[in-house]
Design a protein around this ligand. Structure first.
Ligand code: FES
Ligand SMILES: [Fe+2]
Length: 347
């Protein structure tokens, strides 16, 4: 009987990150001809661009003795390890082994590969659970595909498990406290009942007594086997032109103690209003938004992941409870599929 104890269970999947999802891993401009080594979902990955400008992603592991391919160089036909020159092709096969006349695994697929898409200035990779070679169509929410919207990608790293920033995205009431000295979130009521509506592909939460003043409305969209997007509308005060912008994102786990925080901040606008907003964003708003994000970082980095065993949630945490349940169900299904796949191999 095959030992299935190494098959991940729901808890271990949740610890490193839900699988069968597209994740944003870095900015497009970070990937060039020089290989880039990243850790995402506790997996070491090397990214590089070939001479035609096409980006590739592979497991950052040399099949010879395990050195990091990201220390090597991009060559015609793949990436060459700096240690003894072995070349791995973008499809994960061993393409060249120049140090020896013949190598037993020449031509074999030895490295994990990642489906890759570039969009809105970012690179997204698909993290499969390995039970299927199929890659779902890459899906993006409307602001990221429509000409009517324009915006920027914000990115930083926090020293925390990804569940902290995720909980934070569905906790609207914190805007009125943690961010009450900021230019976008210093307004409105200090107490609300948070309402929750199920939607065809997720849920939305909103305040019972206020709209369009603070973090008042958040949408969670789950595309099974594709990705999860959390969108929040943030109003601008009249002093900076009114209107609102939308924050779209989902934190990408780096490892169990670090998280890549990224948001698209997009606004629906056109003509001179768009130009003006983009100008202000670069020259003033970006720094102010970074101040807000730093407030979140300071709080969330103090929350130990084990805190959830003794936390005392409020009614306003209803979105957190709903999102955790959603993630747990996804992880449980993935764990069951992995168990079933292991048993059928064992067969
Ligand atoms: S470890 Fe890469 S070629 Fe030897
Ligand atoms: Fe916040």
């Amino acid at each position: 009987m095959k030992n299935t104890s190494s098959i991940p269970n729901a808890e271990s999947i949740l610890r490193t990150g839900i699988l069968n999802q597209w994740y944003l891993v870095c900015r497009s401009e970070e990937v060039g001809a020089r290989p880039l080594g990243l850790t995402r979902l506790s997996q070491r990955i090397v990214l590089w661009r070939d001479a035609a400008g096409q980006a590739h992603a592979l497991e950052d592991f040399c099949p010879h003795r395990g050195a990091a391919l990201s220390k090597g160089v991009a060559v015609d036909g793949g990436i060459a390890c700096k240690y003894h020159g072995l070349v791995v092709a973008p499809n994960g096969t061993v393409a060249e082994v120049p140090a020896v006349e013949s190598c037993a695994y020449h031509g074999e697929k030895r490295n994990r590969t990642y489906a890759l898409r570039e969009s809105n200035g970012a690179i997204f990779l698909y993290f499969s659970d390995g039970t299927s070679d199929e890659v779902p169509e890459f899906w993006l929410p409307e602001p990221l595909t429509s000409e009517e919207w324009s915006g920027f990608l914000y990115m930083t790293e926090w020293n925390c498990h990804y569940s902290g920033p995720l909980d934070n995205r569905v906790d609207p009431i914190h805007g009125s406290y943690l961010h009450n000295d900021t230019f976008t979130l210093g307004f409105g009521k200090k107490s609300s009942v948070i309402m929750l509506d199920e939607t065809p592909d997720g849920f939305e939460i909103y305040r019972d007594n206020q709209a369009g003043v603070n973090i008042d409305h958040t949408y969670v969209t789950y595309r099974p086997g594709n990705n999860i997007w959390i969108e929040t509308e943030i109003p601008y005060p009249k002093s900076v032109g009114g209107n609102f912008f939308r924050i779209l994102g989902y934190p990408t786990p780096i490892d169990e103690n670090r998280t890549l925080i990224w948001f698209f901040r997009y606004q629906r606008s056109s003509g001179w209003r768009r130009d003006l907003w983009r100008f202000f964003y670069v020259n003033r708003l970006d720094a102010r938004h970074a101040y807000v994000a730093a407030q979140d970082e300071e709080m969330i980095e103090t929350i130990d992941h084990n805190a959830r065993h003794r936390e005392g949630l409020f009614q306003t945490d209803i979105g957190i409870v709903r999102l955790r349940r959603m993630l747990h169900q996804i992880a449980k299904q993935q764990a069951q599929a992995l168990q079933a796949a292991a048993q059928s191999v064992d067969g």
